[in-house]
Design a protein around this ligand. Structure first.
Ligand SMILES: *Cc1c(COP(=O)(O)O)cnc(C)c1O
Length: 473
């Protein structure tokens, strides 16, 4: 299995090579040269596997350059009971909807599912090449904490995570700053998230500095994250059809609704469907920052400016452009790199990509539907689900449930991915239900633990000096 660029440049790469990269060298994104497929019989033979075993089967189709025993060990470590006590439980709620629990990991959001695998896979790749890597990133919440919890304590990896001083919730701060591992460096910058992002861009754009300090990233375009997320679509279909009589299983398609931001999670679902998981529809759920919902309704993709991007009650979906979207456009344009290059040239020139000629294929051939929720929709949905099922769902999952309700069909189970736990968003839960959630003893201990963070002015030189002094070499 090889990986090629959506823009057609560069040499084909192996899975391990894509692990350590960001963008492909021609500015495109790496995609599988062809999607592996799984027959109905093979799929059925995976029904008794536990999560780590299933991950080994599915990821084995992508990571063909990692020996089978090594991959099995990576998956066992990533999905161990200490990390995910109950990996991916399914819970039925009202209205024919079933939640897929992706937030059972250390930071209570779905990003742990892929990041834990990536952490072990990176360490493995660095051992093979005798290398070191210093991850430099900016976060306003979920990604930074998932990355730190996945990379803490790793010998060959340093983590430098910039966050905007005084602008994260107490919960988010505690999740990151309570880590005492000496390879984890939390840096609180005097400024807003965009200032943090700019610093990261300037340092990673300086190739001399980047090479000298072995800088890398684990952002949402990382292909290993996309492939690790494919696994839970297999798992969800297997669990959703456990009760279906065996002869009818292969025809039992489900629909899946995905609270979406950068198009990473739902792209993994699209790959799972392409590999053979019986998925009828993939429903993209957006919040008020609905550039992707607009695309799936009109065929026109129009990214927004930072100033047009709203701060909502589902903050992890507050995006202005969707960084993984190019991977889907590549397939939509019949995997023709010259058409992808033309589309991005059109974007640079006009601020939009008009693919409305392909509109009827989005639902018909590709099986996508989409919708938007507002803050009021999410609050009402948290209330309704709590009243009908006694479950408390977080605002991102509520976005998914609100949109999913518009696409429920008779005889087709509707799965909604639970992308975070409500404890992370206590304010919105309080607004919706008038209650304060009880924290578990582990969460209380985390919230009360001493914090370790370096405060820094918004100053590129100060950051360079800090990294040079603390990086793994
Ligand atoms: C990151 C995130 C999303 C969006 O996922 P994408 O892969 O960027 O589409 C949704 N919900 C939560 C809680 C997240 O952390």
């Amino acid at each position: 299995m090889h990986y090629i660029s959506t823009r057609g440049g560069g040499e084909p790469r192996t899975y391990v090579e894509t692990l350590l990269e960001g963008l492909a060298s021609d500015g495109g994104l790496s995609v599988p040269a062809s999607l592996p497929t799984v027959s109905a019989e093979e799929l059925e033979s995976w029904r008794e596997l536990d999560y780590a075993e299933l991950a080994t089967e599915v990821l084995g189709r992508f990571a063909t350059d990692i020996p089978r025993e090594d991959l099995a060990a990576l998956c066992r470590a990533a999905y161990a009971p200490e990390v995910f006590p109950t990996p991916v439980p399914l819970r039925a709620i009202d209205g024919g909807i079933t939640l897929v629990g992706l937030s059972e990991g250390p930071t209570l959001a779905f990003k742990d599912m892929a990041m834990q695998f990536l952490g072990h896979a990176l360490e493995y790749a660095l051992e093979r090449t005798d290398g070191v890597l210093n991850i430099l990133g900016a976060t306003s919440g979920d990604t930074g904490s998932a990355a730190e919890h996945a990379l803490r304590g790793k010998d060959r990896i340093g983590v430098f995570m910039l966050s905007p001083q005084g602008r994260m919730s107490p919960f988010q701060r505690a999740q990151m700053y309570s880590l005492q591992d000496d390879n984890v460096h939390n840096i609180a910058v005097e400024g807003v998230f965009d200032d943090c992002q700019d610093l990261v861009k300037r340092l990673s754009g300086d190739l001399t500095f980047k090479q000298a300090q072995h800088l890398g990233a684990v952002n949402s375009i990382n292909l290993a994250r996309i492939t690790a997320q494919v696994v839970y679509y297999f798992w969800a279909w297997l669990r959703a059809t456990d009760a279906v009589p065996a002869p009818r299983r292969a025809d039992s398609a489900v629909s899946v609704t995905v609270p979406s931001g950068n198009f990473g999670n739902i792209l993994s679902g699209y790959y799972a469907k392409g590999m053979g998981v019986p998925i009828r529809r993939l429903v993209l759920a957006a919040n008020e920052n609905n550039v992707l919902d607009e695309f799936f309704r009109t065929g026109v993709y129009r990214p927004r400016s930072a100033a047009e991007t709203l701060a909502t009650s589902s903050p992890s979906m507050d995006i202005s452009k969707a960084s993984n979207f190019e991977r889907f456009v590549y397939d939509l344009l019949d995997r023709d790199p010259s058409r992808v290059r033309a589309a991005w040239a059109e974007l640079a020139e006009t601020g939009a990509i008009d693919l409305s000629a392909e509109l009827s294929r989005l639902d018909g051939e590709f099986g996508f539907a989409s919708g938007t929720s507002t803050h009021e929709d999410r609050v009402a949905t948290i209330r309704a689900v709590h009243a009908a099922s006694g479950e408390v769902i977080d605002p991102h999952t509520a976005d998914g449930v609100a949109v999913a309700r518009r696409f429920v069909e008779d005889g087709v189970p509707m799965l909604v991915l639970e992308t975070a736990k409500p404890e992370k968003f206590a304010d919105t839960i309080h607004e919706a239900l008038g209650i304060d959630l009880d924290y578990s003893p582990e969460l209380r201990a985390m919230l009360d633990a001493p914090q370790r963070v370096t405060e820094m002015p918004n100053d590129e030189q100060a950051l360079r000096t800090y990294i040079a002094e603390h990086a793994r070499h």
